[in-house]
Every structure is written in C-alpha cells, then in structure tokens.
Write a new protein. Structure first.
Length: 452
C-alpha cells in the first residue's frame, strides 16, 4: 500500500512543472507540501492567462478588421499595377514598331557597324601598333556592347572615332616610328628605353628584337635572338634619323621570330650528341691541326727541293740536298754501292715526309664509325623511352633521335674534310719522294754512263 502511494505521488510530482528540480523533499509530508504549492502556483498562472485573454478579446475583432482592410488595399494596388503593366507592354510594342519603322536601313547599318567594330578590335589587339597606342580596345569594346543592345544608339562622334582608329592603323603601319616604352628584359627587369616600330611588322630596341604580348600589353625581349646578320642592323635602325638601312622584316608579325625560341643553337645541337659527339669533334680538331702542320711542312720542303733542283750546290736543309750529299760522298764507290747508298738516303727521308699521314687516315676512318656508334646509342635510348612511356608523346623520344642524328652528322662532317686533307697531304709527300727518286735515278744513270 505504501509503495502504491509513493508511485502516485511520484507521478503527481512529475506532472507539476513549477516544482524546482534542484529542490529535494526530506520526507513524505515535505513532498506533499511541495505538490500542493505547485498546484497553487499553476492555478495562479492559469488565472492570470485567462484574465489577459479576456482583456484582449475585445481587440481581436479590431485587428481582424484592420487586416482585411489592408488586404483590400493591397488587392486594389495589385490591380492598378497590373493594368499599368499591360498598358506599358502595349506601349512598348507600339514604340518598338515605330522605332523600327523610323530606323529603316539604319538598323542594318548598325548591324554591319557592330561586325566591323568587333573585327577592328580583334585586329588592333594583336597589332604591334598597340604597343605605341594602348587602350584602344576599351573604346571598341564599349561601342560593340552599345551596338549589341537596343537601350542606346551610337553617336556620330563614336562612329567617327571608329573610323579614326581604322584610318590611324592604316597610316601607322606604313611608318617607322621611335617611341619610349617599358621593355621586360630576359632576366625579368623592366627597362625604360627607346623602341623602334617598323610598320606593323617588328619592334626592335638597341640590337634586340622585341615581342608584343596582346593579352598583357607588355613588350618583352625575345628569349633567343635571330642570327647575327639580322640583329647587326637593329642598333643602326634605332639610332638612324633618315636614309636607308638594311633590316630583316618578319612579315608574319612575329610568328617566325617566335619559332627561334624552339630552335636549338649550334652549341645546343652539339650537346645533343653527348660524349660520342665531343669525341668526334676532338678527333676532328686533332686531324685538322695535323693536316695543317703537314701541309705547311711539306710546302716548305717542296719549295726547298725545287730550289735545290735548280742549284748546283747541295744543301742539308732539304731532303734532295741531303741525298745529293750522299752521292758526292760516294764519288769513288762502284755503281752498286752508290745505288744502295742513295736508296738508303731516300728511305731516311721517307719517315719525315710521311709523318702523321697514317694517323690522319685513321681519323678519317674512325670518325664515321664513331658517328655510327652514336646513332646506335641514340636509337637504344629511343627504344627505351618507347618501352617505358609508349609512343604517345614524341618529345620523350626526341633526345635519343637527336643524339642519333647529330652524331651521324658530326662523324661525316669530320670524316669528309679529313679525307680530303689526307689526300692532299699524301699527294704532296709523294711528289717530293718522286723528285728524290727521280734525281737519284739520274745520278745512277750518269755514273753508269761514265763507267762505260
């Protein structure tokens, strides 16, 4: 019985929201007192709410009437606005038809004018004359936007300005003009200097070709300049005031000059040959130096031999003189001994006359073989790239192909002149030996005739 009573009291306690949750009952009497106090508080709150509702009940009808009045006024305003919108719509159609009738052929004219404005803006944006006259495209953009809408029509002054810009472009493309501008150097520095514009083709500044970037409007120096025969006259052009100057003009408005950025220089092409290419070049230099040394030495020796042929006195400073001295020393010897001594003297001169010829010939043979070696090595690199990355990107194979082609070219470039030099040096050496043999045979023949 006590347990049932406690459950009922607990339910009553939960149903009373006004009882403080942090307040605890000491016993059952205290709990009963708290429940009774909660009921008393609830009743007072309910009575206060009922009093407030009864006090405001008289104003409910007034609020409802005010809201209905506002609704009727809003509906009348909506009806007036709808009527005004319909009237304006009809008026707009009438005005538009009237404007179209009055414009007549002018509407077609404005369409053509809009097309011309767009084409002119596109042309002026990429023209090098915009480096001297920046900001022209802003006006054309605004004019094109105005022509594309029916809100406003272009004025006579705006049409005349469009004509002026077109005429200005035609006039300026026929001039060579100097003006000051900010140039971006290859190291990123901004330099203020004089720039010469050659018509609508090129921009140059103190020995350098410049590039105009339409997107940013900047003038920048080309990363790689053209060959010296093109740039040697640019400084003269910048400093000239009159007269005629030979100048390389790019008719493609910078496209040909831009291709020089992708063209490797001579040093870069040689670097593409790798170690094999440098070995070929070294052998070529050695072969060239040896050939030049032999040409000079044999040329001097040939001149001295020719002088000795005309002289009656033997001299030791040339091969023929030394052979003649041996013949004079063997004046009392028999014919067989003289012939052997002369042959020995000629054999002593052969190493001096044929020195380095064999090495030059070896270089002429080894150089193309090294070129072939570089070609095979480059193709191996190419096939390795194909194995790893496939054939989708040709740039991945360009290194091996470049090495293959460059080493072949270097090998042939070295071999061809070295072969020609070897032939020339060998022929000069043989001509001197032929003179020695001819003179020695003559001495033997003279001695043999005296012996008879």
């Amino acid at each position: 019985m006590n347990a049932r009573l406690l459950m009922i009291l607990a339910v009553l306690l939960l149903a009373v929201p006004t009882v403080a949750q942090d307040e605890s009952a000491a016993d059952l009497d205290d709990l009963l007192r708290m429940v009774q106090q909660g009921r008393t508080d609830d009743e007072s709150v309910n009575r206060r709410r009922e009093a407030e509702f009864r006090a405001a009940q008289g104003r409910q009808q007034q609020l409802l009437d005010d809201a209905r009045q506002q609704l009727r006024e809003a509906e009348r305003l909506s009806e007036r606005l709808e009527n005004t919108y319909n009237d304006n719509d009809i008026l707009l159609v009438d005005v538009t038809e009237q404007m179209d009738r009055r414009l007549g052929s002018l509407k077609e004219l404005f369409g053509v004018l809009q097309q011309v404005t767009g084409d002119t803006k596109a042309f002026l944006d990429i023209s090098v004359t915009s480096a001297q006259f920046p900001g022209r495209g802003d006006f054309l953009l605004e004019l094109n936007r105005k022509l594309g809408s029916d809100a406003a029509l272009p004025s006579i002054e705006e049409i005349e300005r469009l004509w002026f810009l077109m005429q200005q472009e035609m006039t300026e493309t026929g001039k060579v003009v100097r003006f000051g501008a900010t140039v971006i150097a290859r190291d990123g520095r901004e330099i203020q200097e004089d720039v010469v514009r050659v018509g609508g083709f090129n921009l140059v500044a103190d020995g350098r070709y410049l590039q105009f970037t339409p997107e940013t409007g900047n003038l920048s120096e080309l990363a790689r300049q053209p060959q010296g025969r093109f740039t040697k006259t640019t400084s003269e052009l910048v400093g000239a005031t009159d007269g005629n100057i030979v100048f390389g003009v790019d008719p493609t408005r910078g496209q040909i000059l831009a291709t020089y950025l992708d063209r490797p220089s001579l040093r870069e092409r040689v670097d593409q040959g790798g170690v094999v290419g440098y070995v070929i070049i070294a052998l070529g230099i050695v072969g060239l130096l040896l050939s030049l040394e032999r040409l000079v030495s044999l040329g001097l020796a040939s001149a001295k031999v020719k002088a000795q042929v005309k002289s009656s006195t033997a001299s030791k400073d040339n091969p023929l003189g030394r052979v003649l001295l041996v013949a004079e020393e063997q004046g009392d010897s028999d014919l067989e001994t003289l012939e052997l001594k002369l042959g020995e003297a000629i054999f002593k001169e052969v190493p001096k006359l044929t020195r380095s010829l064999l090495f030059i010939k070896i270089i002429s043979v080894v150089a193309p073989l090294l070129g072939l070696l570089g070609t095979v090595t480059g193709m191996i690199v190419t096939f390795q790239s194909i194995t790893l990355f496939g054939t989708g990107d040709p740039k991945l194979m360009a290194g091996g192909i470049s090495q293959a082609l460059v080493t072949t070219v270097l090998g042939l470039t070295v071999a061809i002149p070295v072969v020609l030099l070897h032939t020339l040096v060998s022929g000069r050496s043989k001509s001197i030996l032929h003179v020695l043999q001819e003179q020695s045979a003559g001495i033997v023949a003279v001695r043999s005739g005296k012996g008879k």
